[in-house]
Design a binder for this molecule. Structure first.
Ligand code: ZN
Length: 132
């Protein structure tokens, strides 16, 4: 069965524009679940997660422009732009079939009226099922 693609299209990327991507959502980003996580790495970034299935994401840049930072269990791939350092999306540990988009890197972020949920990533094991 062919997966039906969403009709809400957004573009985003890193600061220097080396990394650009396009995402397709089934609903407007304003109605999508966006999560602010307090784990050791997200807290430092102020990372705002939007977790989407990989087929809904298209990288419009060269994968070679990304660097991969890993720590601890080395499951998540914290991808960032080699040139400007911005982490505009990455491979989360919790969802192997998805990318986590950094909503702050979506074009016109400041004009979006978002609903943000908090996720207690400091207690990952206890809470992860709540967002899976
Ligand atoms: Zn960049």
């Amino acid at each position: 069965m062919i997966q039906t693609m969403g009709t809400h299209e957004y573009k985003g990327g890193c600061h220097c524009q080396s990394i650009r991507y396009q995402i397709n959502l089934k609903q407007s980003i304003e109605f999508s679940e966006i999560t602010l996580c307090n784990c050791s790495i997200c807290e430092k970034f102020g990372y705002l997660h939007l977790i989407i299935p990989k087929p809904q994401f298209k990288l419009c840049s060269d994968w070679n422009l990304l660097e991969n930072y890993q720590f601890n269990k080395k499951i998540a791939k914290h991808l960032f732009c080699k040139k400007c350092g911005v982490k505009s999306f990455y491979q989360p540990r919790s969802h192997p079939d998805c990318w986590s988009i950094n909503v702050r890197c979506i074009d016109n972020f400041s004009q979006l009226n978002l609903r943000v949920n908090n996720f207690d990533g400091k207690n990952w094991k206890k809470n992860i099922e709540s967002i899976r």
